[in-house]
Design a protein around this ligand. Structure first.
Ligand SMILES: [Zn+2]
Length: 371
């Protein structure tokens, strides 16, 4: 089958490098999240912490053409009373270094694709909670590395980012927002070799309602997520300012920047908020092409998914056809005409017998897709 994409642009499927699978852990919720993401061009979601590893394992195994592919950290490493344990009735925690080996072993046996550690005293939201001590964050990181797992840190204050770096993590799940990021600190992050998932979309949660009202996006949002998208975390002026202002120094220092929405926190939702993140990355100072890289090739590289994130022979044909040219106007990413997952149509056309699969074969033998 030949697809006429005249006037459009073919892009690799987007990778959202920071989401959370739904808290309630019902099958309907999980499928809704993965389907909505794919409809909106996000063909891979990287979950940065969930409550129910069994549920996530079930979602990962689905592998349907109309659902986004999923990877997950599973249960994040944290200490009793710290984020996110206060949100839930039960959440496994670490009391000391003696808990590290069994904690990591359990995550590995549950199928965690990488590990997330939470170093957070809640001071950025005006509270005070216990936080993971340095010796524990270092031990968790070392143990995870010994199992071959990548380690990503949640730290929203500069001092805890420094602790995460000292602990040897591979990446940051947020840009810190308790103070402005300086060029010196950006160079420190560069020398540490870490990547940063910006999560500007959740820091600008008050803008979620604009996505909800966009006629290109709205029809694809499941009604169950609409109220969350139209809500806001609130009181985040500092987060918005510092988050956005961090983009340029990080870019100038050469720190790998990854797009991540933090869906489904208030003001965000699956799939849609990745487009918000792209817009914010451009507002923060990335070129439009750099922003697209932050949502495709960069997360594929840094999360060790070498089969996706680019359009090249032999790679997964996770593809989006958009109307317009997002390298001229980043807003064009929302104008999605078609989405393919592994070469099979997930949006824009019903899978035909032998039809779109030809695209994957074409890529496999190095033939470019007709424009
Ligand atoms: Zn998060």
């Amino acid at each position: 089958m030949v697809v006429d994409g005249a006037g459009g642009m073919l892009l690799p499927g987007f990778i959202d490098a920071h989401v959370h699978t739904p808290d309630q852990g019902t099958r309907d919720e999980g499928i809704s999240a993965l389907r909505q993401a794919l409809q909106l061009g996000v063909t891979t979601m990287l979950c940065m912490g969930c409550r129910y590893p069994d549920f996530v394992a079930h979602l990962k195994a689905l592998q349907q053409p109309d659902l986004a592919d999923l990877r997950s950290a599973g249960i994040a490493a944290s200490v009793e009373g710290s984020h996110p344990t206060q949100l839930f009735d039960y959440y496994p925690t670490l009391n000391g270094v003696e808990d590290v080996a069994p904690f990591v072993h359990t995550r590995v046996s549950e199928g965690s694709d990488y590990l997330k550690i939470v170093i957070e005293d809640s001071s950025v939201i005006g509270k005070s909670t216990p936080f993971l001590p340095p010796e524990v964050s270092a031990a968790v990181t070392a143990k995870a590395h010994s199992h071959g797992l990548l380690v990503v840190a949640h730290a929203q204050s500069r001092r805890f980012v420094a602790q995460a770096i000292e602990s040897g993590v591979d990446g940051l799940a947020h840009q810190y927002v308790d103070q402005p990021l300086t060029p010196e600190f950006a160079r420190f992050l560069k020398s540490a070799g870490v990547f940063v998932v910006m999560t500007l979309a959740v820091y600008h949660s008050h803008e979620g309602v604009e996505l909800a009202n966009d006629p290109r996006v709205r029809p694809h949002i499941d009604s169950r997520w609409m109220d969350i998208l139209c809500s806001s975390v609130g009181g985040q002026e500092q987060f918005q300012e510092y988050g956005l202002a961090a983009v340029r120094p990080l870019r100038d220092a050469g720190v790998p920047i990854l797009a991540g929405s933090d869906a489904n926190n208030p003001g965000t939702t699956y799939g849609a908020s990745l487009h918000h993140e792209l817009d914010l990355l451009v507002r923060g100072g990335l070129t439009r092409t750099e922003a697209l890289t932050a949502a495709t090739a960069a997360p594929a590289k840094h999360f060790r998914l070498p089969d996706r994130g680019r359009i090249a022979p032999g790679l997964r044909a996770d593809l989006i056809l958009v109307e317009g040219d997002p390298t001229v106007d980043i807003d064009a990413t929302k104008s999605i005409a078609r989405v393919w997952r592994s070469g099979v149509a997930g949006r824009g056309a019903a899978p035909a017998a032998g039809g779109d699969v030809l695209i994957q074969r074409a890529l496999d033998v190095g033939v470019s897709i007709p424009p």
